[in-house]
Design a protein around this ligand. Structure first.
Ligand code: GDP
Ligand code: MG
Length: 397
């Protein structure tokens, strides 16, 4: 797969605009699905290395205090009747989206645990560190027709850190977000509140506030092809009754979607929404996504569990469907592309990968502000770990 990716890149060398600081012609990478079919690449079963929580003030805690417990309503003949608009906007504390956190919380976890990482000495030095959500965007890129992305890559002590940059278009959309879309976002979180309890065996309490600062994040190790991965993703809840108590297989992802009535509506749901649901949960190793379907009045009236490993079956025979191999092969090829682009190890350097639907991925090189994202506290702490280099040249030099 990597061999194929390399050949493709060789055939697609293009000269980009002169604004980038890369020596010679800038490479680019195509995203057409047809280029990435073929066998499913190796993907290591994700294992949990640890976790952390963010509290109502978005403060970091190196424990599972924000983890909630899956607590679906009793299945006594009737379906649920959750009013997702209840509490909006008076019991809503939305996270401040102007605060760009980058990889900071994940780096805080890594700083505290880098001495105890499994995988042998030097494992981290060959790994890619990022958020699960960034990998999700890569997986769905070959099929995405609406939203582009920018990913900043900084190499530091052999590790490649990947952090998303909000595109100007995404920022403009966020600032102009229509009120109905704001309420829809709230409704997704409200559904979690109806389905989750604070303690195992207790019941959900939908009377409280919805505070989206609160998050429980799992930190996982995996590998895609020959790319070791350390990433973190927000987990909605744990199922205390899951057949396996071992994370991430006991985790459950919760989603809401519009109630569907026609076969055409279901088809479109399988083609678009299920792709995003699959990518997000597959990466982290979450076995089940529980969907709540809402009616036009904003009430959840039915629930359906989608096993992650069965999602592809809904589009397997659809010419306009998606293919997990394409998603994973593209992601593996992108990671190779990124690793090959980044040659100089320097946390102040940023290779900015940019993509817009209908175009190839391009790259430009930058130094320091505004793109550099590895915080000084992280770089300094990690640098101080290394045996300091000799002050005078050794005789051999
Ligand atoms: P997801 O898969 O898109 O939900 O993202 P992750 O699970 O990788 O989450 C990574 C971190 O980003 C967590 O701390 C989340 O709380 C946070 N996060 C998730 N979605 C958003 C978002 O839309 N905006 C911002 N600013 N942070 C987000
Ligand atoms: Mg969710």
């Amino acid at each position: 797969m990597d061999r194929r990716g390399t050949k493709r890149r060789g055939e697609n060398i293009e000269v980009a605009e002169p604004r980038n600081k890369l020596p010679g012609p800038a490479p680019s990478m195509p995203t057409d699905p047809a280029l990435y079919s073929g066998p499913f690449p190796f993907y290591r079963r994700p294992s949990e290395l640890g976790c952390f929580s963010l509290d109502a003030q978005r403060q970091y805690h190196g424990d599972a205090q924000a983890l909630r417990y899956y607590s679906p309503p009793p299945t006594n003949g009737q379906g649920p009747n959750f009013d997702l608009r209840d509490g909006y906007p008076d019991r809503y504390q939305p996270r401040d989206e102007e605060i760009r956190e980058g990889l900071d919380h994940l780096l805080r976890w890594l700083l505290d645990h880098r001495g105890q990482l499994e995988g042998g000495p030097g494992w981290l030095a060959g790994a890619i560190v990022t958020w699960r959500g960034h990998l999700t965007k890569l997986l769905t890129t070959p099929y995405e027709r609406q939203e582009g992305w920018q990913l900043a890559a900084s190499p530091f002590q052999g590790t490649l850190y990947l952090s998303e940059v909000e595109t100007p278009a995404a920022r403009a959309q966020r600032l102009a977000r229509p009120p109905l879309l704001r309420e829809l976002m709230y409704m997704g979180y409200k559904f979690e509140q109806y389905m989750c309890a604070d303690k195992p065996g207790s019941s959900p309490d939908p009377s409280g506030e919805v505070n989206t600062n609160v998050a429980f994040c799992s930190v996982l190790r995996s590998r895609l092809g020959n790319h070791p991965l350390l990433f973190s993703g927000e987990v909605d809840c744990i199922d205390p009754q899951a057949p396996s108590t071992q994370p991430p297989t006991c985790y459950v992802e919760l989603k809401t979607s519009k109630e569907m009535h026609s076969p055409g509506q279901w088809r479109s749901f399988y083609r678009h929404k299920l792709l995003k649901w699959w990518a997000q949960s597959f990466l982290l190793g979450i076995p089940n996504v529980v969907a709540g379907f809402r009616n036009p009045e904003g009430f959840i009236c039915s629930l359906k569990t989608f096993p992650t490993m069965e999602m592809f079956e809904y589009v397997r025979n659809d010419r306009d469907g998606w293919n997990p191999s394409v998603c994973m092969n593209f992601c593996a090829a992108f990671l190779s592309f990124a690793q090959n682009t980044v040659v100089q190890d320097d946390p102040r350097l940023v290779y900015l990968f940019s993509w817009e639907p209908g175009s190839p991925v391009t790259v430009s090189k930058h130094q320091d502000a505004p793109y550099a994202f590895l915080p000084t506290w992280y770089v300094e702490a990690v640098t101080q770990d290394l045996p300091s280099p000799p002050k005078t040249p050794s005789p051999k030099n």
